[in-house]
Design a binder for this molecule. Structure first.
Ligand code: NI
Ligand code: MN
Length: 227
């Protein structure tokens, strides 16, 4: 059983066979968050890019829990410079095997500057293949990209896509992304955290389910989806 929990914005936990992955941990300063950075105990922390609403509490949680950070080389190096001990650098197009399965970094069209102005490399997303074959595609902050058509070959079980517009895809482009990726299920995120990224997830759900064969699961904050 694999359980996905939405913590608001683009922060997710994925629990799989006793292992917990925490993605883009943003609790402090996140108006959508209902739990705190002290409430999570991940084994691995995945960071998609350097922006403050994604790298967020990664340093704090990694130091407190001893979790291994998985991110691009530049972000991993930056976190190691702050004293994070366990980290695995990846870069776009590359993947590596971990005790729970495989993580491959995918292309995102976005920025990646770190909160202190340091260079954060290129932004990415993650294709996570668990040891039982289940696949989760986490797009990160990104525009629609035609490279997403390559994911149709992967038989993605769950795609997590931003729909909030302004900084990332909005609903129109996220529906196109679903048509490119053809996942069994899509979960919308990165919306309604602030007024700039207001979006109606039920409009996205209506469009996805009328225009594609994909099921759309709209989660409440701290809501879960099991598959
Ligand atoms: Ni961003
Ligand atoms: Mn963001």
């Amino acid at each position: 059983m694999t359980r996905i929990v939405w913590h608001g914005h683009l922060t997710f936990s994925i629990h799989h066979n006793g292992v917990t992955l925490l993605i883009d941990p943003f609790f402090d300063g996140n108006p959508a968050a209902k739990i705190s950075k002290d409430d999570v105990k991940p084994d691995f922390i995945l960071v998609s890019h350097g922006h403050g609403d994604h790298v967020g509490d990664a340093e704090y949680i990694a130091k407190k829990t001893g979790a291994t950070v998985i991110s691009n080389f530049e972000i991993v190096t930056w976190l190691q410079g702050k004293g994070v001990e366990k980290a695995h650098p990846l870069h776009i197009g590359g993947g590596a095997n971990f005790p729970f399965g495989r993580v491959k970094m995918t292309i995102a069209h976005h920025g990646s500057g770190l909160p202190d102005g340091s260079y954060g490399g290129n932004p990415g997303g993650f294709l996570i293949t668990f040891d039982d074959g289940k696949k989760v595609y986490f797009a990160g902050d990104t525009a629609l990209t035609y490279d997403m058509t390559l994911l149709a070959d992967e038989n993605v079980d769950v795609a997590i896509l931003p729909i909030g517009d302004n900084f990332t895809m909005g609903i129109d482009d996220a529906v196109k992304a679903v048509k490119f990726i053809k996942p069994k299920v899509v979960i919308p995120a990165h919306y309604n955290t602030w007024p700039l990224i207001e979006a109606d997830p039920n409009e996205f759900k209506r469009r996805v389910e009328s225009e594609t064969d994909t099921k759309c699961v709209v989660l409440d904050v701290e809501g879960t989806y099991e598959f």
